[in-house]
Write a protein of this length. Structure first.
Length: 239
């Protein structure tokens, strides 16, 4: 049975906490959900290895989502990493650049990702593109801001004569609320899945296990995830 474009979504799925939460969010709302990932020479390429097992575990935990979850596609964008001087794509120290932006900032990364996602969505007859960018609690990337996403959506629709909608369910919530969103959608089972099986650490560390998941514990991604986890756990005890 065919599904209308209005009830379909393409998720930018990296295998991290945010994109996995967005995938669960979409599966709870849309009749047809597909995923897209990008290999761009990222230092934490381990995130690509966890993606397909995560998709499978989601369906195993929530069988009613199985009929909704469609194919996955991975787009090779190694050229992005090749032209970017970033701690996310090269062996450079974490921290801030001279201009105040994080050294892990890859210029244009989310813009390129969303443009390729729009091409795939357009070809696949999908109306909604879902991305886990967030302006409330983030690493300081300018291409995660709401104004950036709205401007890009307008440009995409003008340039492609389309009516695609870029959904940002995490835009105005912090990491603690992102953990809470996962619980609201899938209960403790989804929280446990995200803790154990997603990858967020910029250093690609899956040797060190913390109460919030695997990671080096020192990079910005780990700090955000850990701080959010502890705030989320405090909120549970305060209920």
């Amino acid at each position: 049975m065919s599904t209308s474009p209005a009830s379909s979504a393409l998720i930018l799925f990296s295998g991290g906490q945010d994109s996995t939460t967005c995938l669960a969010w979409a599966l709870s709302r849309f009749e047809r959900v597909e995923t897209i990932g990008f290999r761009y020479g990222q230092r934490h390429a381990i995130e690509m290895d966890v993606r397909l097992p995560l998709r499978q575990k989601l369906v195993e935990l929530f069988p009613h989502w199985g009929a909704r979850l469609g194919p996955d596609v991975v787009i090779p964008l190694d050229v992005l990493g090749a032209i970017s001087a970033s701690a996310l794509t090269a062996d450079l120290p974490f921290g801030n650049r001279d201009d105040g932006l994080p050294s892990t900032f890859v210029p244009g990364r989310n813009l390129v990702f969303l443009m390729f996602a729009a091409i795939v969505a357009h070809q696949r007859g999908i109306k909604h593109i879902v991305t886990g960018v967030c302006e409330t609690d983030y690493s300081g990337y300018p291409d995660c801001r709401d104004d950036t996403i709205k401007a890009l959506q307008a440009a995409i629709n003008l340039g492609m004569e389309s009516r695609l909608v870029v959904e940002t369910p995490l835009m105005w919530i912090d990491k603690s609320q992102t953990w809470q969103m996962a619980e609201d959608i899938g209960g403790q089972a989804l929280v446990n899945l995200i803790t154990e099986n997603t990858h967020t650490c910029y250093a690609g560390d899956r040797a060190n296990r913390h109460d919030w998941g695997f990671g080096c514990g020192a990079c910005d991604a780990c700090h955000l995830r850990a701080d959010g986890w502890h705030a989320y756990r405090r909120s549970l005890t305060a209920r």
